[in-house]
Each structure stands twice: as structure tokens, then as C-alpha cells.
Design a protein around this ligand. Sequence first.
Ligand SMILES: [Fe+2]
Length: 183
Amino acid sequence: MTREEALDSVKANVENENLVKHMLATEAIMRALARRLNEDKEEWSLAGLLHDIDVELTSGDMNTHSKLGADLARDLGASEAVAHAILCHNKAHDIPRETKLDKALFCVDPLTGLITAAALIRPDKKLAGLEAKSVKKRFKEKSFAAGADRQQISLCSEIGLELDEFIELGLKAMQSIAADLGL
Ligand SMILES: [Fe+2]
């Protein structure tokens, strides 16, 4: 499956534009992380791009979310490693995250929300002028973008990154596709 085919499939299954943007942001950070960690960029970015493909199909039901997504990813031709990362990114299933790819997708997922929220409270609502230290400050404000699970983001330590570097890498990755994100 090409990246374009994967994106077409995401768009065919997801109407909510913000959700598509969330998957694009996750894809971009996963790609940057794979580059940083010398991992497979195609696999890691594909896991990011597809990870929430089933959210509308499952109507947000956490008991089926990501199970269907993993099946869809397999049907599209994704590897078992990618399907597993998608499957266990939903903590409701309590499936252990074993590989670096599993762990990476899990901590990247909420980081996109924190960075997006930090951009949206700026007067220009843009990512361009946002600095990593501002995102870090927001990270410490528990009530800010409370849905972005701080503990989950902090699990970047499990893939060998300090929080500061993780935030900086995530921010740069999202800035590089700011136009696609409308930010
Ligand atoms: Fe997600």
C-alpha cells in the first residue's frame, strides 16, 4: 500500500477533518521519531497515519476502537507490527505494548493534542511561532488540554527520549506540515 492509498482510506472512513489532521500530525511525529531512533520510517509513519481510522466506524466505542482499526490496517496490507501498534494504542484493551513501535505510537498520540492546543491559544493560532518551551510550560499546567494525558506523553522515556527532546521533535514535525494541519 502506498502512503497515498493509506491516506485515501483514512479519508474514506473519517469525515471529521480534525480527526484526519490528528492522524496526519501523528504520522509526521512518528516519521521524525523513526528517523531519530533509526527505525523503519515507512512502518512507523503508516502506524501513525492509520491509527484512528476506525473512530467513526466504531462511534467512539472504546471496546471496539482499535480492534477494527488493526483489522482494517491488515486488510490494507499493513504489517502485523503496524496492526499490533494500532491495536494496543487503545489502553482500554489492556494489551501490553511490547515493541518500540507500540510504545512510540502510544506516547505520540496525546502529544499531538497538547501541541495543537498550545498553537490554538496563540493570537495567530499558528504553529510557526510556537516554541518548545511554551509547550513544556503547558505540559505542566494540568488543566490545560486536560485530555492530553501527561503520563502517557511521559512514556517517551520508554523509547529513550527525554520529555524535552520529545516535545521539541514533535513540535518540529508538526511545524513541517503546518499547512496540512491548517495551523
Ligand atoms: Fe489518536
